[in-house]
Write a protein that binds this ligand. Structure first.
Ligand SMILES: CC(C)(COP(=O)(O)OP(=O)(O)OC[C@H]1O[C@@H](n2cnc3c(N)ncnc32)[C@H](O)[C@@H]1OP(=O)(O)O)[C@@H](O)C(=O)NCCC(=O)NCCS
Length: 207
């Protein structure tokens, strides 16, 4: 069942909707400035693909027939350590069109998504890597940008989490943020803890 919440902005009403089925997304247009990760038409294909995945979830911000922002949730990458955990879901990306920023849409789309009780059954992670950040349009430096993101994700209960995941330690501004749902079992939390630091373990296995 798709949730829909109206969000008033100075530019008009935006509807926050999700989880959106792929065929619903297919009928909508993409705002031409949703270019942060790839060109809008390619990104639309990626969003539909995620919406159609068994554990994929897509929340969008829609103005009339146009998608102006989105957040994606999906199982972690097959090559990452987090895929070993059955209860980890990755918040893969959040993007709001440059035409619609600073209208509270990112904050609202996260708030609406995390009001879905299904997230209480999962550990949601987000790997914030600075090479994906739009420092050009926002005119923020990477440290100010990091602060905006940690505050934004912090507003829905995500916390900065130490790890030796190579993608995170590759740059000091990168951060892993995580949120453990209320219904996640103690053993699943313990398994998650054991995945945070693996390099030392890997060295011991090698010896
Ligand atoms: C980061 C991003 C998602 C924020 O979207 P947004 O809809 O503009 O964010 P909101 O309007 O909900 O902002 C919430 C708060 O974050 C802070 N913030 C957001 N953008 C900011 C900026 N450019 N400068 C300073 N503070 C900012 C503010 O405190 C803001 O609250 P306020 O406007 O009441 O002061 C958007 O800039 C974006 O799509 N960037 C490109 C993609 C990206 O970097 N995604 C994150 C990595 S996956």
């Amino acid at each position: 069942m798709m949730q829909r919440v109206a969000h008033q902005t100075p530019k008009g009403v935006v509807h926050i909707e999700g989880p959106c089925p792929g065929d619903y997304l297919a009928k909508l247009e993409m705002n031409e400035k949703l270019t942060n990760f790839r060109p809008p038409d390619k990104q639309k294909e990626a969003l539909i693909m995620i919406a159609n995945m068994p554990k994929g979830m897509m929340y969008i911000a829609r103005h009339e027939k146009e998608i102006v922002g989105y957040v994606t949730f999906h199982p972690p990458d097959e090559c990452s350590r987090w895929i070993k955990h059955p209860k980890v879901l990755e918040l893969g990306g959040i993007e709001i069109s440059a035409d619609w920023r600073r209208c509270g849409i990112a904050q609202k789309i996260l708030q609406v998504s995390f009001s879905n009780p299904v997230f209480e059954d999962y550990i949601v992670i987000t790997m914030e890597m600075c090479w994906h950040w739009d420092t050009r349009n926002t005119k923020l430096d990477i440290w100010a940008y990091q602060r905006v993101l940690t505050d934004l994700f912090g507003s829905v209960g995500m916390e900065r989490t130490p790890t030796d995941d190579p993608d995170i330690i590759e740059h000091p501004a990168n951060v892993l943020m995580t949120r453990i749902g209320k219904n996640v079992s103690t053993s699943d939390v313990a398994l998650f803890e054991s995945l945070k630091f693996q390099r030392f373990g890997a060295a011991i296995n090698f010896l």
